[in-house]
Design a protein around this ligand. Structure first.
Ligand code: NAD
Length: 441
């Protein structure tokens, strides 16, 4: 089959590459000249494990092409996927300007029947809105379907190739047949394509993300309580997560969720509810708790060193909002850096993949960048861990001790066993677990 994908970011590029990987002809469109130049030069502009070899093979074998021309995209294929940004507006609602602009333009360019499949995360009613807008710009027949994307950055290729399920919102039998064919290679092991109406499909994506964000936030609250009652959230997590009704995933306490999806999707769902006269109370709490949770690490540092951190220097491991990505949108690290700066401290950070993103998108943020994790420690008063990259899991503790001014670690991701760190001679504070002080031992 032939497929056009508009928007070649984290979702669009993975979608395009994976559809090409199973034999389709794919044309990916982007209007960012820098991104397009890199794609055309054979370079993947984002860090996403496993994407590069698939990208290279499909470009080499002629199944994957790139362009900035919407005209070409509309002529190329009957199926046009939209993977465009839907960033949050000031009031928390999703900004639909990119989706609506492109949909309007597509309508004006259509010469025959087309299916517009929306992969962007959009509020309930967007498919109807898009249809209405397109009808004003064309007399040609078309369908608009919803096909929310559930891939996770860091494991996006695996998620796309082996999805738990594919959700499709459509009221058209023609679209249903096309989507069934298109997703057949990805659903061979019985994982379903779940068909539903467009509105339910649009809401499914928000409900899924909001529930996951709530699960994480709930466990962060449990962790905060653990600290007050002398319990250990790791043990509580194991006890709770082994209940099959609950499941063990998304139960890890930390410095709050970030990323390009959870924060904006929770906000947007809360907004949609309010717009429809419903106070979705639990989501307001989730947002409040998460904002506070992002401040936990700095609070711990200030409780230890005092509110005024002038003259102090902190090493920070991890900038990306989670491991295996260079994405720093809404990353807790940004809050930590800003708050440490505000209290007068200097920060030197290391991240295996996200340092270029930090410089590109936050050029004004006051933070030094180190070439490797151990260089960041030099003359630092303590080490703060913000992202759980694998390479931070088993570090050389001897080198950490030698690098830091004093052996002090604040761990926002609970990477180490407290008793082990005590044995290694560290003062070690984490989230929801006992603090240990092995400095004099
Ligand atoms: P992104 O910002 O990485 O990519 C969007 C791309 O669209 C950019 O490359 C941008 O240049 C391009 N673009 C913008 N306007 C354009 C236009 N007029 N013509 C052509 N290209 C244009 O965004 P993303 O992370 O891929 O997210 C896309 C959508 O998918 C969002 O709605 C998001 O909520 C949703 N989503 C994201 C993820 C994720 O993990 N990133 C997961 C599931 C769903």
């Amino acid at each position: 089959m032939k497929i056009s994908v508009i928007g070649t970011g984290y979702v669009g590029l993975v979608t395009g590459v994976c559809f090409a990987e199973v034999g389709n002809q794919v044309l990916c469109i982007d209007n960012d000249p820098e991104k397009l130049a890199s794609l055309k030069a054979g370079q993947v502009p984002i860090y996403e494990p496993g994407l590069e070899p698939l990208f290279e093979r499909n470009v080499r074998e002629g199944r994957l092409q790139f362009s900035d021309s919407l005209t070409e995209a509309v002529a190329f294929s009957e199926i046009i996927f939209l993977a465009l940004p839907t960033p949050p507006m000031e009031d928390g609602s999703a900004d639909l300007q990119y989706v609506l602009k492109v949909a309007g333009e597509i309508a004006g360019l259509m010469k025959e029947y087309r299916i517009i499949v929306n992969k962007s995360t959009v509020p309930v009613g967007t498919a109807d809105k898009v249809s209405e807008l397109m009808s004003k710009n064309t007399l040609v027949a078309f369908d608009v379907a919803s096909n929310p994307e559930f891939l996770r950055e860091g494991v996006a290729v695996e998620d796309f190739m082996k999805p738990d399920r594919v959700v499709v919102g459509t009221s058209s039998d023609r679209v249903r047949t096309v989507m069934e064919r298109l997703y057949k290679p990805f659903t061979m092991s019985g994982n379903p394509v779940v068909f539903m109406d467009e509105r339910s499909s649009e809401l499914t994506k928000y409900a899924a993300n909001a529930l996951l964000a709530t699960k994480i936030t709930f466990m962060n609250e449990v962790a905060n309580l653990c600290e007050r009652v002398g319990a250990n959230v790791d043990l509580v997590r194991r006890g709770v997560g082994t209940d099959t009704r609950i499941g063990s995933r998304f139960l890890f306490a930390g410095v709050g969720y970030g990323g390009s999806c959870f924060p904006k999707d929770v906000q947007a769902l809360h907004f949609t509810a309010a717009q429809n006269g419903y106070n979705f109370e639990i989501l307001a709490s989730v947002m409040d708790v998460n904002t506070r949770q992002k401040q936990r690490l700095t609070q711990k540092v200030q409780a230890f060193f005092g509110d005024n951190l002038s003259g102090k220097r902190f090493a920070l491991w991890g900038i990306a909002f989670k491991p295996n990505t260079d994405d720093i949108r809404e990353a807790p690290s940004l809050t930590v850096i800003q708050e440490l700066n505000a209290a007068g401290a200097t920060v030197v950070a290391f991240d295996p993949e996200a340092m270029a993103s930090l410089r590109k998108y936050h050029p004004d943020l006051k933070v030094e960048l180190a070439d490797n994790p151990y260089d960041a420690l030099k003359d630092a008063d303590a080490l703060l861990i913000v992202t759980e990259w694998n390479e931070f899991r088993t570090p050389e503790f001897q080198r950490i001790r030698e690098g830091l001014k004093a052996p002090i670690i604040f761990d926002g991701r609970n990477l180490y066993e407290p008793f082990h760190l005590e044995e290694q001679g560290f003062y070690y504070e984490s989230i929801g677990r006992p603090t240990v002080d092995g400095r004099d031992k």
